[in-house]
Design a protein around this ligand. Structure first.
Ligand code: C5P
Length: 233
C-alpha cells in the first residue's frame, strides 16, 4: 500500500486534533499539527514584547525561528510522544506545549497567521514534514496551499456552539478560567479572521470530503477516514 499525504482542514474546535491523532495512529503515519507552529510564533512574539499588530517585527522573528530551527516538533518524528492536549512543541529547547494553548495565544496565533511572511516562513517546515508521504497534516490551508496535491483531503467542521463547547471543556479541564460566552465569541471571531484573511484563508478545497463532527464520536470519524485512505492507497 502507498503511504499517502492526508490533509485535514477546518475551523477551530472542529475536532481536527483528536481525529488527526487517531487517524495517524491507526495508519502508522506521522502527524503534523500545523496550528502549533503558528501558536509558537505567537508565543515567541509575546515573550519578546512584540504586539500582534507589529507585522514587520513578527515577520522577522518568524523567519529567524524557521531558519535557525528554533521550533522543534519531536512528535513528528516520534509519534509516540504525542499527547492528548495537542502536539509536543519545543521553542529554543523549552517544552512550550501547554504555554501555546491559552486563549491569549489562540488569538495571537490567528493574528500572526495573517502575516504573509509568517506563512511563508512556516511553509517549508510543513512541506518538508509531508514530502515523503505517510503523514497526516491538520490545519486551515493544507489542502489548498501547503499540499494542494494531497491524495486525501478532509474538511472537518461543526456548528460554532458545538465547537465552542469543546474548546470550553478542554480549557476548563486544564484549569484555564474562561466563560463559555467568551469562548464562543473567540471561536466565532477566529473563524471570521481565518476565513477573511487575504493569504491562505480557511476554505474548503474543492476536492475535500466534508465531515460534520457534531454528534459523532471521534473514533467513528477516524474509521470513516481510514476507509477512505485505504481505498486510495
Ligand atoms: O488549529 P489551531 O487552533 O491550533 O490554530 C491556531 C491558529 O493558527 C488558527 O486560528 C489559524 O489562524 C492559524 N492557522 C493557520 N493555518 C494553519 C493552521 C493554523 O492559519 N494551517
Amino acid at each position: 500500500m502507498r503511504r499517502l499525504c492526508v490533509a485535514i482542514d477546518g475551523p477551530a474546535g472542529a475536532g481536527k486534533g483528536t481525529v488527526a491523532r487517531g487517524l495517524a495512529a491507526r495508519l502508522g503515519y506521522l502527524l503534523l499539527d500545523t496550528g502549533a507552529l503558528y501558536r509558537t510564533v505567537a508565543l515567541a512574539a509575546s515573550r519578546v514584547g512584540l504586539g500582534w499588530g507589529d507585522a514587520e517585527g513578527i515577520a522577522a522573528l518568524a523567519t529567524q525561528l524557521a531558519e535557525q530551527e528554533r521550533i522543534v516538533l519531536p512528535g513528528v518524528k516520534r509519534p509516540e510522544t504525542q499527547r492528548a492536549g495537542g502536539m509536543q512543541v519545543l521553542l529554543d529547547g523549552e517544552d512550550v506545549s501547554d504555554a501555546i494553548r491559552t486563549p491569549e495565544i489562540s488569538v495571537g496565533a490567528s493574528r500572526v497567521s495573517a502575516i504573509p511572511a509568517v506563512r511563508q516562513a512556516l511553509l517549508a517546515m510543513q512541506r518538508q514534514a509531508g514530502a515523503s508521504g505517510g503523514v497526516v497534516l491538520e490545519g486551515r490551508d493544507i489542502g489548498t496551499v501547503v499540499f494542494p496535491d494531497a491524495e486525501v483531503k478532509f474538511f472537518l467542521t461543526a456548528p460554532a456552539e458545538v465547537r465552542a463547547r469543546r474548546r470550553y471543556d478542554e480549557l476548563a479541564a486544564r484549569g484555564v478560567g474562561v466563560s463559555f460566552e467568551d469562548t464562543l465569541t473567540d471561536v466565532v471571531e477566529r473563524d471570521r479572521a481565518d476565513s477573511e484573511r487575504a493569504v491562505a484563508p480557511l476554505r474548503q478545497a474543492e476536492d475535500a470530503i466534508v465531515i460534520d463532527s457534531a454528534n459523532r464520536a471521534p473514533e467513528e470519524i477516524v474509521e470513516e477516514m481510514v476507509r477512505v485512505v485505504e481505498a486510495r492507497a
